[in-house]
Design a protein around this ligand. Structure first.
Ligand code: FEO
Ligand code: CA
Ligand code: CA
Length: 648
């Protein structure tokens, strides 16, 4: 969770999506099994057609009841301890925490007295998406590799001695240096991982790093500013949340709640900025006070230069990052890449805000292994689609193409560049389905089925907000759910798909009215991180807000956590619990599957999301355990004491 924020609804569009309700037949049929009783009383409709059924929707996916579970570890209990807990036999060690040098730079100072110069060669704050890239490139080495790590946002109360008072240009510079991405080199020595220092690959990308804009919107007048009259180069990337990675070895870092960094004082916010959540005062970062490009009244095109997917080559520290405008502009959660049947590149993406949409991009050209020059153009030319989830378990990908579906000058879209810069408005126009905050998307490594976490939406069905529909079936959705779909013909480039609700999260301690977490196993809520390992285990990470963590509807569910799900049996087993106040977000593995890198974000975060430096520090002392010290977001590495593949 972050000030900014992904839970402030901006979608007041008159988008004509159909308000459909799941039927009793839907929820009882099609493999939803025991979840059915939870949804009795809903309106009419057709039977659900779950992934893997034929067009008539009458055949559930094959299941082998005797199949051995993928989950070979002992579940752990919920925890409210200020510690990372993992199952017996596993160990979790801290690898790379906020302030640790990426290479041979200065070490972290616990009093946070260092400035921007030190911060920009150290780990940023609030680790999020992460991916392991083997070294050398193209190998499957687990002994040596690079980690690309997002730093989503900052807690200014922790970042500076004395917090935000007085607020200075130096503090803004440090805050900007604590954003962005870290590339670090890691190696396995005597079975343990450590950061390689110095490393020729290590670098930081921050909110001030020059980044190229490419694709159909690059150079458009809406991307031009006084500092960049070309509209082709922007300083920095911000609010880098989840991520993706490509078959050609690049990292995709996704800009989520960029709106919170901008203010728009003294004048009404125009609708095209309001649709993205730009407000008069922003979310309290106060950057505009010392860096005027974040004053959107003075620089109304600067916000248009954020909300993109950034492609980064971790293997070449001199390679300039690139914002790929063909992938659309919204509050990007992640960018999950797979290949279509014919080799075209497909990218699945969520827009994490209440009542926003799920997108996919299909490249025009095919990926040709080994042709890197060609690969680096694949995310510039293609078609962006947005999802409509229809009743009956069917869905359609709606193209966001200028001149189609009413996306024309009469509707306010003068060009394809404008369709992409105002992606949300284009999706409104074509009638996409308003979702319960789409977060991560994961593709099953064998079946190609796609899973998306919808983290929660406490306004669904409330007065003045959209009601329930088949894909968002729960009013006041406090706990979130996971959707699953299968593309027609098992081709990721298909224009239609079948889908079902894979899992409704919830708190079983509250009884049947509060939907159960799963069919079998451990309860959780607010699914966010979602990732498949090579064996096909679905890993789920949770982001329950510190304002309700382990209390109210979440009572008894403990700190945020990571669980493993067998997608065939739907067993859910708790693997990790995080320290107090943290979010667990970001996970990747070495190719041998024997090490997991997991990010622990914002340990000790107070409900107000900014720490008060005047208050006795802190509700969490993780990971350093120092009395009065500052909790630090960190990448941890998890291994089994006998070196086995994680989860077996
Ligand atoms: Fe940054 Fe939607 O989580
Ligand atoms: Ca997230
Ligand atoms: Ca979240």
């Amino acid at each position: 969770m972050k000030p900014g924020a992904d839970d402030l609804p901006c979608n007041i569009s008159g988008n004509p999506m159909l308000p459909v309700e799941p039927s009793r037949r839907q929820v009882l049929g099609g493999g939803l099994g025991a979840l059915g009783f939870l949804l009795l009383g809903c309106g009419g409709g057709e039977p659900l057609n779950p992934p893997g059924t034929n067009a008539d929707g009458d055949r559930p996916p094959p299941k082998d009841p005797m199949a051995a579970s993928l989950l070979g570890f002992t579940a752990i209990a919920p925890s409210d301890a200020d510690a990372v807990r993992v199952p017996p036999g596993y160990r979790a060690t801290v690898l790379f925490a906020w302030g640790d040098p990426v290479s041979d730079g200065p070490a972290f100072q616990p009093d946070a007295s260092q400035g921007a110069a030190e911060q920009q060669v150290q780990a940023g704050m609030h680790h999020d998406g992460i991916h392991y890239f083997p070294l050398p490139a193209g190998s499957s080495s687990s002994d040596r590799g690079l980690l690309a790590i997002n730093h989503e946002y900052t807690d200014e109360g922790l970042l500076h001695p004395g917090g935000m008072e007085p607020w200075t240009a130096d503090k803004v510079a440090k805050s900007q240096a604590a954003h962005g991405v870290s590339i670090i080199e890691v190696e396995r020595v005597q079975g343990r991982y450590r950061v390689v220092r110095p490393s020729r690959y290590a670098r930081r990308i921050t909110a001030r790093t020059p980044i190229r804009l490419s694709g159909p919107a690059a150079g458009d007048v809406l991307l031009r500013t006084a500092a960049d009259p070309t509209g082709r180069e922007v300083l920095g990337t911000i609010n880098n949340c989840a991520m993706g990675h490509t078959p050609w070895g690049t990292y995709l870092s996704c800009e989520e709640n960029f709106n919170g960094y901008f203010s728009h004082p003294g004048m009404p916010v125009p609708p095209e900025l309001r649709r993205y959540g730009i407000s008069a005062s922003g979310a309290g970062y106060r950057w505009a006070e010392h860096d005027e490009r974040f004053d959107a009244t003075r620089h109304p095109h600067e916000p248009n230069r954020f909300g993109w997917v950034v492609e980064i080559d971790p293997y070449d520290p001199s390679a300039q990052p690139v914002k790929r405008t063909a992938l659309g502009r919204f509050k990007h959660e992640g960018a999950t890449v797979t290949l279509a049947a014919d080799g075209r590149v497909v990218v699945y993406m969520g827009d994490d805000e209440r009542f926003e949409y799920i997108y996919k991009y299909v490249s025009r050209d095919r990926y040709v292994p080994g042709d890197r020059e060609r690969a680096l153009r694949l995310l510039d030319e293609g078609t962006l689609y947005v999802a409509r989830f229809d009743e009956g378990g069917r869905g359609t990908w709606l193209p966001l193409v200028h001149g189609q579906g009413g996306l024309d000058a009469a509707a306010g879209f003068a060009s394809q560049a404008q369709v992409l810069i105002w992606t949300r408005q284009a999706a409104d126009r074509v009638g996409a389905t308003k979702m319960d905050r789409p977060e991560w998307i994961a593709v099953h490594p064998k079946s190609g089925e796609v899973f998306c976490s919808l983290t929660n939406n406490n306004q669904r069905g409330e007065m003045g907000y959209p009601g329930t529909d088949a894909a968002n079936p729960r009013a006041r959705n406090l706990f979130g759910h996971i959707l699953r779909w299968r593309e027609a013909g098992d081709d990721a480039a298909a224009l239609t798909f079948t889908w079902d609700v894979f899992l409704l999260a919830g708190n079983p301690q509250l009884g049947e009215e509060n939907l159960r977490g799963n069919l079998q196993g451990d309860a959780f809520g607010s699914p966010d991180g979602l990732w498949f390992d090579a064996r096909g285990v679905l890993w789920v990470q949770t982001d329950v807000s510190p304002s309700v963590l382990n209390q109210g509807p979440y009572a008894g569910m403990g700190n945020n956590q990571m669980l493993a799900v067998d997608p065939q049996t739907r067993q859910v087993r708790r693997f990790l619990t995080g320290p107090v106040g943290c979010e667990v977000t970001g996970v990747t593995a070495t190719p041998d599957g024997r090490a997991l890198f997991v990010n622990i974000q914002h340990p000790g975060e107070p409900p107000g999301e900014r720490s008060d430096p005047a208050a006795p520090l802190k509700v969490s002392r993780w990971p350093d355990g120092v009395e009065g010290g500052r909790p630090r977001s960190a990448t941890i590495v998890i291994q089994h004491e006998d070196g086995r593949v994680i989860g077996t």
